[in-house]
Ligand binder design. Structure first.
Ligand SMILES: *[C@@H]1O[C@H](CO)[C@@H](O)[C@H](O)[C@H]1NC(C)=O
Ligand SMILES: *[C@@H]1O[C@H](CO)[C@@H](O)[C@H](O)[C@H]1NC(C)=O
Length: 440
């Protein structure tokens, strides 16, 4: 508060300063800050997603955004999970404090789904049983999403949010003057595909993503007590930055650059109206000076143990194998590892059979598996993913099986290579529904 007061008086006296500096340091036009924080996943091996989002809440809360204007969506099955040895506690850094303490829970369990998310974002009070982003034309809205992803898709538990649906919601908000500025931070594999060639540059929306449109995002901070990863690299990097910087001085662009440099396992991207990057982080994460910080990263903690998101279940088990105290435990973990490897083999075979059947051509099958097209045939792609989501639960388990999500680029390729969508749908039905997958 003191700093703002000083700033306003100094600016008030120096009339020669560019007017935009003044504007950026003030809460805009009497507008409000709003935030929507979402961890889409559930299950103990996804511990890190809810830890990331709890940490994000603590940052916004510490910087003065009131709880009435923060909406938190998370399944809330981790803090009291039977596998969590420290009940009621979630940490997002090896030496970090409990970020679960004082967390608000607006939507939990099955309420964490794409329809509710979109209604909350669009401020549709009558469609949900809880808080919404009830924002107006002078407001700044900050959205942080964390879960699994695939080309043009974000995971939401067992459901998916399609890029086009998200873009429709953003356009609705723009057309209905639901924000002055809107900022997205998205942690998911292939998350660049949610905005690439989709997000207009002239609607006051700025987005950054953990990865580009065709690569994994990464987890880090394996914890030996909890036997899971505590955070995701991009998420912990932006949050550890927010924890140590003066947010009224740091620009979004600077936070982006720092996060991008430190997240060197994937390519952090930015989209939309990049001029918003000149605004301070405080304009979205809260104007007050934090009374408390939620990580004190030291040089040694730069996520040296980072691992691809889809390898987290397997890698967690492999690391746990080194920590067992009995032969029985070791055998049990070994069995779980073998189970995951078997599931991967099923995913491989399912995809290969679908492609072979849909293309009916050896060369084309290889091409589909080995190239990477950008999505342009959105209708075809979204339709076949929907078919696979509906019919292939047993073999692919989209979107909960991150390993299967890494194969969806093959559906993108088939659509881009003009394999008729009817043929792809028929192949999916044949392989998954009629049960042609041949598993030895
Ligand atoms: C990532 O950055 C860290 C610290 O800046 C560095 O030590 C490490 O070698 C980098 N890794 C890669 C793959 O560039
Ligand atoms: C699945 O296929 C990939 C290549 O597409 C291969 O690297 C991997 O070893 C296969 N995994 C299993 C378990 O068959």
């Amino acid at each position: 508060m003191e700093r703002l007061f000083v700033l306003c008086c100094v600016f008030g006296l120096s009339l020669s300063l560019p007017s935009n500096v003044f504007e950026f340091e003030q809460p805009q036009n009497g507008g409000n800050h709003w935030a929507l924080l979402v961890a889409g996943s559930n299950g103990y091996f996804n511990y890190r997603h809810q830890a990331d989002v709890c940490h994000a809440y603590q940052i916004l809360h510490a910087h003065g955004i009131p709880d009435e204007r923060i909406v938190v969506m998370m399944y809330d099955d981790i803090a009291e999970n039977s596998e969590n040895p420290v009940k009621g506690n979630l940490i997002n850094h090896p030496d970090g404090p409990n970020v679960y303490e004082g967390i608000i829970k607006d939507y939990t369990g099955k309420e964490v789904n794409p329809e509710t998310f979109l209604s909350v974002l669009k401020g549709e009070k009558d469609k949900v049983n809880g808080k919404v982003i009830d924002s107006g034309p002078n407001d700044h809205v900050f959205v942080n999403f964390v879960d699994h992803g695939a080309p043009g898709i974000l995971g939401f538990g067992s459901k998916t949010l399609k890029a086009k649906k998200l873009m429709d919601a953003i356009m609705f908000m723009h057309d209905n003057k639901k924000y002055d500025k809107l900022v997205f931070y998205v942690e998911a594999c292939e998350s660049g595909s949610m905005f690439e060639d989709l997000l207009p540059k002239d609607i006051n929306v700025y987005a950054t993503t953990a990865s580009n449109s065709h690569e994994s995002s990464y987890a880090c901070y394996f914890d030996k007590t909890r036997k899971t990863y505590l955070g995701d690299v991009y998420s912990v990097k932006w949050m550890e930055d927010s924890d140590k910087e003066d947010l009224t001085q740091e620009t979004l662009q600077k936070q982006f650059s720092i996060t991008k440099e430190e997240t060197n396992s994937s390519h952090v991207q930015e989209f939309g109206d990049l001029s918003i990057g000149q605004m301070t982080v405080a304009e979205f994460q809260g104007l007050q000076t934090a009374k408390r910080h939620f990580s004190e990263p030291t040089v040694k903690d730069y996520c040296a143990d980072k691992v691809k998101s889809e390898d987290v279940p397997l890698e967690s088990l492999r690391r746990s194998l080194n920590l067992v105290s009995s032969k029985e435990e070791a055998v049990n973990i070994q069995q779980q590892i073998e189970q995951i490897l078997k599931e991967r083999e099923v995913v491989n075979k399912t995809m290969k059979q679908i492609i072979a059947m849909a293309t009916d051509d050896h060369v084309l099958t290889t091409n589909v598996m080995e190239t990477r097209h950008k999505i342009s045939a959105w209708d075809c792609y979204e339709e076949v993913v929907e078919t696979a989501d509906q019919l292939c639960d047993e073999y692919l388990n989209i979107p909960e099986n991150d390993y299967a999500l890494r194969k969806l680029y093959m559906f993108v390729n088939m659509c881009e290579m003009h394999v008729p969508r009817e043929a792809i749908n028929a192949a999916i039905e044949e392989v998954c529904n009629v049960g042609k997958v041949n598993i030895q």
